[in-house]
Design a protein around this ligand. Structure first.
Ligand code: GLA
Length: 377
């Protein structure tokens, strides 16, 4: 949908012109389940985004509607409490309520939301919604919030309004995205650096599956990591190296050992991946992606039959340098690194093979690294 159409729809609905804000989804290239362990990640923002058309009101009410979901919702900034609202609306309410709780005075507003980020596919449609609406609320109120504050506020909404104890990666990528660059982030210091993607071609394959237990399993993984760090007497698994983990393996149960081993080796892989990308060694980057998938599958146990199948099919194609699941797991997408010339028949071949084995038609997108949150003029 064109922005002019979204604006026209807004005018039809609310009778006055809006401003339009956008924030992108993200794909994580490497560094999975490391963010909440104070570790390293390397996502990039993608050119699918959530757009928020918004105009202020003279009172303190927020009215919201979405072009992706049915229903209209309304709440008052002075008593935000729509327990029964649809989950997308709850995120928006959380974002507003938490900004207010942090001491920002917002204005009432009418909102119309539209998103091209595939929903529930592990490409952070919820982070895009949190960052875009946070930015819209702040902009309408004339507040110049730092991107970090928008990102952290979105993460808090995830914790408090969706019950998922997520890390900072998704909201960070949505806020800070840089065109044609991956983002290398140290989740402890919050130092980050854009890394040019140059001629690396990343392709995203959506398995179009999602497993119900994902949120509970996610929180369980995080709890496992915290328990492992506690037993090892460290603040977080960021502070453990592989040699130490192997030396002290006997202190951990088999499960905690495998969880910790994933995190520790994944952090090492991210650092190696940054170096490989900077030096243009894409084959090495691909090998690290393959190893990441194996670790997520066997040690961290967050892959799924469909993700494993997609990875297997992709690796069988010519010109593929690496393939792995991306995001929280239990369904969603894989991210794949291809040689430049390889992609001509790739999409068709992978689609056909996956459909034949599962009966599901996958979606396949070429990833273009996009800029982070902004207003559309
Ligand atoms: C989800 C979370 C992120 C991160 C990934 C796994 O996307 O929201 O914070 O933990 O899973 O890497």
């Amino acid at each position: 949908m064109e922005t002019t159409d979204l604006k026209a729809e807004f005018v039809r609905k609310y009778g006055r012109p809006p401003r339009v804000f956008r924030a992108p989804g993200r794909v994580n290239l490497i560094g999975e389940h490391t963010d909440y362990n104070d570790g390293f990640v390397m996502p990039c923002a993608i050119d699918f985004a959530t757009r928020v058309a918004a105009a202020e009101r003279s009172d303190r009410r927020i009215r919201l509607a979405s072009l992706n979901f049915p229903g209209e919702f309304e709440f008052d900034l002075d008593e935000p409490a729509i327990e029964t609202a649809a989950s997308w609306a709850r995120y928006v309410e959380g974002v507003a309520a938490l900004l207010e709780r942090a001491g920002h005075r917002l204005k009432g507003a009418d909102l119309l939301i539209e998103s091209s980020v595939p929903i529930g596919a592990g490409l952070s449609s919820s982070a895009a919604l949190e960052v875009a609406t946070g930015f819209a609320f702040a902009s309408l109120a004339g507040l110049a919030l730092e991107k970090w504050e928008l990102a952290k506020n979105g993460q808090r909404a995830e914790h408090e309004y969706a019950g998922v104890r997520s890390g900072i990666m998704d909201q960070f990528a949505s806020a800070f995205g840089v065109e044609n660059h991956a983002l290398f982030l140290d989740c402890r210091s919050l130092d980050w650096k854009p890394i040019p993607l140059r001629n690396a071609e990343f392709i995203i394959c959506n398995t179009r599956t999602k497993h119900d237990l994902a949120d509970g399993e996610y929180n369980q993984r995080r709890a496992d990591c915290e328990e492992a760090a506690r037993i090892l007497g460290r603040k977080s698994l960021r502070d453990v190296c592989l040699a130490e983990l192997e030396f002290r393996a006997g202190e951990l149960s088999d499960r905690l050992l495998r969880r910790a081993r994933h995190v520790v080796t994944e952090n090492d892989r991210v650092l190696a991946a940054v170096k490989a990308l900077n030096e243009g060694r894409l084959d090495e980057f691909g090998r690290l992606m393959d190893a990441s998938h194996e670790s997520l599958r066997a040690d961290y146990e967050v892959s799924s039959a469909e993700l494993d199948l997609m990875v297997e099919i992709v690796r069988g194609q010519p010109g593929v340098l690496g393939a792995r699941m991306t995001g929280g797991g239990f369904g969603g997408c894989t991210v794949n690194l291809l040689e430049r010339e390889a992609s001509a028949d790739f999409i068709e071949n992978v689609s056909a093979a996956y459909r034949e084995r599962t009966g599901i038609v996958p979606e396949i997108y070429v990833c273009r690294a996009a800029r982070g949150v902004s207003e559309i003029e």
